[in-house]
Design a protein around this ligand. Structure first.
Ligand SMILES: [Zn+2]
Length: 427
């Protein structure tokens, strides 16, 4: 992990420092061959005001990120707010509420398959302890509760799942059968989506029982509707009216506006112009080097192996000496190896006593961006030079080879540099 911090005298200066680091990080990732998408993120345990993540889109990623198809807004699933769409109540006619037996059916799957209903017709009731008080939180059966959103919606310091004893005391039932109907002295908060639902299923507050055809206002009241669930594909963008899509992503960097969270706690102060001691306004900027190393081959590889961006390649050039018993091949390989080393190029010489096929395969697998083959052409004073990425080959005179490789190398660096320049615009 590369970690850096900024210390400023006011919020405006922090914003300036943050923007500089934002751009610097965008350049770093791009130079390393990573097109990282910047998404809004939850500050999580680190805390602070704002934070953003640099995420590389890859199926190998462990994070779900949401990206707006219209405006490009992106956010980590934990953080992503859900935009409002015009409120629409289902026009289904309200049916009489009924308590039905659902023996041993505790999970959403068990209940809905037993009742032969879709999870979209169920509202799950989660019992939390919010700053020590019991709160029931409601989301649609196929949705996931977002605890940071719940905490924010309730303006609370801490939100934790209630323990089984508390749940049994509150609901009068085993865990798995909690519902909002008949709950006493418990605040009920529901996800906005629940407001439009009619004739839904909830826990019966009785072991092995659920209510069906439940309706808000008639069967129970909700104290507050809020955005408290994890955003998913198809939800509305919070910035525009667009639709969110999901991608898999790998987080490679995370930057935070910490503010005074740590300077207050540590008593880290400075003497301002007005003669008063004030806490530093802090920022924190982290890049995951080992994560980057994991992400790069995910996006730079083909069926034959890795294709390192030249900036981070363990070796910029690999020289494949096909037959180490052949004098002209040996001389060509050795000469180039020495000339390139003298010029500061990171070069690997494969002089192993292996079949050519094995050497070619290994060179492709290890992925040095420039490959040089000292083979049969060496007797004519030539070598073959090719790019790992395109596999385009060029026969080059041995006398010109070093210069040719130096130019190719500069071009590869230049390409990354141009991309980095393009990426260094804050959006
Ligand atoms: Zn949008």
């Amino acid at each position: 992990m590369l970690d850096s911090y900024s210390f400023d005298r006011n919020w405006n200066d922090l914003d300036l420092a943050y923007d500089k680091m934002y751009v610097a990080f965008a350049r770093i990732f791009t130079r390393c061959g990573l097109d990282a998408v910047v998404v809004e993120a939850d500050s999580g345990a680190i805390g602070g005001k704002d934070s953003q993540e640099y995420t590389v889109i890859t199926d190998a990623g462990e994070d779900t990120i949401l990206i707006c198809e219209s405006c490009g807004y992106g956010a980590n699933a934990e953080k992503c707010e859900i935009g409002k769409r015009p409120f629409k109540k289902s026009d289904e006619e309200q049916q009489p509420i009924e308590l039905v037996d659902t023996p041993n059916a505790k999970t959403i799957d068990q209940v809905t398959s037993f009742l032969k209903k879709s999870p979209k017709k169920l509202v799950k009731t989660l019992i939390y302890k919010v700053d020590g008080k019991v709160v029931a939180a409601l989301v649609r059966g196929d949705r996931e509760m977002n605890e940071p959103k719940l905490r924010n919606a309730l303006g609370a310091k801490s939100v934790e799942m209630a323990d089984p004893d508390t749940i049994t005391t509150i609901t009068g039932a085993e865990v798995g059968f909690a519902g909002p109907v008949g709950l006493k002295d418990v605040k009920i908060i529901a996800d906005r989506e629940v407001e439009g639902m009619v004739n839904f299923i909830v826990g019966g507050n009785k072991t092995d029982a659920h209510y069906i055809n439940v309706n808000i206002g008639r069967d129970f009241n909700v104290n507050e509707f809020a955005d408290i669930r994890v955003a998913s594909k198809g939800d509305a963008c919070p910035k525009c009216s667009g639709t969110l899509k999901t991608e898999r992503g790998m987080e490679v960097g995370h930057i935070f506006k910490l503010g005074t969270r740590y300077s207050d706690a540590m008593g880290a102060k400075f003497l301002d112009d007005d003669g008063k001691e004030k806490p530093f306004i802090m920022g924190c900027y982290g890049a995951g080097l080992s994560r980057m190393l994991a992400a790069i081959p995910e996006v730079h590889s083909d069926q034959d192996g890795m294709i390192w961006p030249i900036s981070v390649a363990p070796f910029e050039v690999v020289i494949i000496l096909l037959n180490s018993d052949d004098e002209s091949q040996c001389n060509a390989a050795t000469r180039l190896y020495e000339e390139l080393q003298e010029k500061g190029v990171e070069v690997l010489l494969d002089e192993r006593d292996e079949r050519p096929g094995v050497k070619f395969k290994d060179a492709d697998l290890m992925g040095a961006p420039i490959q040089v083959v000292a083979g049969r052409l060496s007797s004519e004073g030539k070598v073959e030079i090719r790019l790992r990425s395109t596999k385009n080959k060029e026969e080059v005179l041995l006398d010109d080879a070093t210069e040719y490789i130096m130019e190719l190398r500069s071009k590869l660096y230049q390409e990354l540099e141009e991309k980095a320049e393009a990426a260094s615009v804050k959006h």
